[in-house]
Structures are given as C-alpha cells and as structure tokens.
Write a protein that binds this ligand. Sequence first.
Ligand SMILES: Cc1cc2nc3c(=O)[nH]c(=O)nc-3n(C[C@H](O)[C@H](O)[C@H](O)COP(=O)(O)OP(=O)(O)OC[C@H]3O[C@@H](n4cnc5c(N)ncnc54)[C@H](O)[C@@H]3O)c2cc1C
Length: 465
Amino acid sequence: MSYDVAIVGSGPGGAVTARECARRGLSVVVLEEGDHVEPGEVAPYSLEQMRRQYRHGGLTVALGRPPVAYTEASCVGGGSEVNSGLYHRPDSGVLDEWSRTNAIEGLGAAELAPWSTLVEERLSVATAPGPLSPASEVLRRGAETLGWDGLDVPRWQRPDEAGGKGARQTMLRTYLADAVAAGAEVRPRVRALRLRLERGRATGVHTDRGVVSADQVVVCGGAIQTPALLLRSGIRRNVGRGLSVHPTVKVLADFDAEVNDPADLATYQVKEFAPGLTLGGSAGRPGMIALGLSGTWERDRDLPADWPRQSVYYASIRGQGSGRVRLVPGFEDPLVTYALTRRDLAALRAGLGRLMLLLAAAGARVQVPSYVGAPRVLDADQVPSAAGAMTRGNASVMTVHLCGTAAMGEDRRRGVTDSFGRVHGVANLRVNDASLLPSAPGINPQGTLMAIAHRNVDQMLEGAG
Ligand SMILES: Cc1cc2nc3c(=O)[nH]c(=O)nc-3n(C[C@H](O)[C@H](O)[C@H](O)COP(=O)(O)OP(=O)(O)OC[C@H]3O[C@@H](n4cnc5c(N)ncnc54)[C@H](O)[C@@H]3O)c2cc1C
C-alpha cells in the first residue's frame, strides 16, 4: 500500500509529524518498532516497564572513558511514555547559539513561541497542584538554605477532577490519539531496516514486514536510531557525528523522614548554575536505589532496607564532549561512543560537590555518590574530598537526553539536514526528532524538539519542499 507520508518512529517527533500531516488530509503511516503499551498498563519506573518499553531493557552504553550508560525508549509514543514529563520552553540563548553555529534559519525564540504555546495547550503543561512532594521539598529546602535559584518545573500532566496529580499526557494520550482520529495508521512492532531511495529521492521504507511506499519519508527514530537508519541506507555525510548528551552523576541520600514516592520523582530543579548545570531528583524504586549503589554494594547493601527514607538525586551538565553513532558490519545495533572532555569531568565533579552540599543543607544524614568505591558522606565537610575523588576511572555516568546526530543547518560542513529537517542531497526525505538539535540544550529537551518538529512539519505542509 502507498501513503502520502511514512514516518519511522512514534516518539514526540514522529507523533507531532503524524498528527499535523493527518489533520491536513494526507494519508499517513507510522512505523514503530516497539510495542503498544497502554498508559497505566505497567508501573512507572518499574523493571517491567524497562523490559517492555525500553530498548534492550534500558541497558545500553556509549563506549568511552568513562563509558556513558544511556536509555532509549522503544514503544508506541517513544520516550514520552516513560519519561518524567518535565517541560521547559526552548531556551532563547541556546536557540541563538544553534542558529549561529549551524547557520539555522528561523529558529529564534519568538519564531518558536506559537508552536510552544500549541504544545503547552495540547499537553496540558502546568505545575502540579498542592504542596511539593517530599522528594522535591528536599531540593527546595537545600536551595533556599544556600540561597540558590530553583523552580518547580511544569509537566505535561493534567490534574484529575479531585485535584490529584492526574495522568501524564504522553503521545499515546495526545498527539498519536489525534493522528489516529484524523486517519493515521500506527503500526507497532514494525522495524524500518533501510530507506528505499530511487534516483536521489526517498520513495518508501524497507521494513521487516515488507516495503512501505510513500511520497514523503520522515525519520523520527531518536538520536541513536535515526542516524543508524540513515547510515544503513547509504546516507553518510555528517550522519552520526556530534552525539551530544547531558552527562549525569547521582547521589543516594538518606533522610530522617520518608521522602520516596516509588511511582514518581522530584519535579523541583535547582537552576542556579544553568544552563551548564542542573540539580534534580531521580526515580527511587528499590531497584533504582540498588543500581545507584552498584559502585559500593559490598559496603552499602544494607541501605536499601530503608528505601522509603532514601532518594536518588542527580547533577546533570551541558556536556561539551561529543559522541558518534557508527554501523558495525554484521551487527544490528550501532556502535555508540562518547568522549567526555577534561572540562566535562571537572564540571561533573563540581556538580557532584554542589549536589552533596545541597543535600547536606536539606538534612541528608548519609550520602553515597554513585561512583565505584565512593565514601559515605556524613556531613558537608566531607563533600570536597568525596567529589574530588571521582575520576575517569571510577565515574559512573549516565544520560537520558540524546541529541545532535543528524544536526540541522544550512552549513553543510556540520549539518545533515537544512534548517527545517530536509536531508541535504535527498529529495522527499526529512528528519524530525531530537537528532536535529545541534547540541544538548541544557534543559529537558522534549519541549524544544516538539516546538521545532511542529515548525518543520508546517514548513513541509506549506509545500516549501
Ligand atoms: C527515562 C527518561 C526520562 C526523560 N525525562 C524527560 C523529561 O522529563 N522531560 C523531557 O523534556 N525529556 C525527557 N526525556 C527525553 C525525551 O523523552 C526525549 O528527548 C524524547 O523522547 C526524544 O524524542 P524523539 O522523537 O527524538 O525519539 P524517541 O522518543 O526516542 O522515539 C523514537 C521511537 O522510534 C522508534 N524507532 C527507532 N528506530 C526505529 C526503526 N528502525 N523502526 C521503527 N521504529 C523505530 C523507537 O522504538 C522509539 O519508540 C527523558 C528520556 C528518558 C529515557
């Protein structure tokens, strides 16, 4: 069967593309490798969720020194189904920086503002009603004691009628539902193997269920799989270079009172050192806590017995390092590498120190930074040596924010696509996901990529391409 538009990947980028194309009357198919898992079917942050909604159960790593563990969702709705739902408007300073470095047209904050408003309305972006959760209150209290700036970050979560937190507005509940209502077909468990290219134009997608023909192909597989698919299809120029992430380190903190909500996490972020450094809270199920202690498990295996009084917090930097996605002949998965710079390592140490000072100020009794052989930190005086002892050799670094591997821009020395996601040198082929963002934005990225995806698909539908 032939479609006007075939979209690979149903995450935030693919869902925006599908909704807008279907609403303008185009025939649309969305090919999604992962399963359809209804919101609420698996417990948030659980091991079952990792198994059903993440690629390889969430166990993926970018090789380097230190290696950087990363997670990719793989399910209908992509990352939106599993993530924390924290929303920021695109940062105007970062947009200006990208416009300059990559020669991107029309990417000012004012130009994106109407798209951001649309996203905020459709996703019901708001701060949670009622008092801060205990895990958030820890961050707020520490920041207030130290005189640091922070905010309770709005989320795509519509409060329920009883004034409770309500349900996160994932793509399945919003953009994909709209797309399907407008006639789009979403096909789960279909993997795009490579693009069908004929005489310099994309005409469809080869999948593990046969060929899908389409006039336009939009690749939205996320910042690891999008470049892998382009490379498998023989599109190579700059593809897979420039992988950019928010390298993140964590601390397990133990308090007098209960702080942990196993079904949720802190929404408060400390932004005193933004956009270079963000401090916030992670998920705190017992399994996550045990993972946070993997570097000191022999000593600290008794700690998770008290897990409701413990929570995991993070320090996340806007890394300057860079990574690459490459194909390895004979293997299905791409090889991902990431090189942390010396400055990144210093910034992570400083971030870890600031995080531990903040947690000590908020009343943490015991802290364990998550690096191999880390000491237990019992008061603020011990923070400098504990942070300073994190090295390339022992650091345990992770990330959930991946960007930059098919960067947009008119500068063909850097960009894979033009300013609006059209792949340079191939007609009727676009990218419309986090791969386009030239670098990690210093804020949770979904709001930024969705506004950009809206703008790009609008330009496509106006017939400019
Ligand atoms: C645990 C976690 C927490 C996060 N928290 C936040 C947050 O609070 N706020 C925020 O702004 N961001 C957050 N993020 C990041 C955010 O989720 C991502 O930036 C966003 O989902 C990226 O969207 P995308 O469209 O680029 O790709 P993705 O969401 O990665 O979706 C890509 C989809 O394409 C599919 N796919 C890939 N290749 C193929 C193929 N060959 N064939 C068929 N299908 C394919 C994948 O299975 C996947 O479902 C978080 C991410 C994670 C993992």
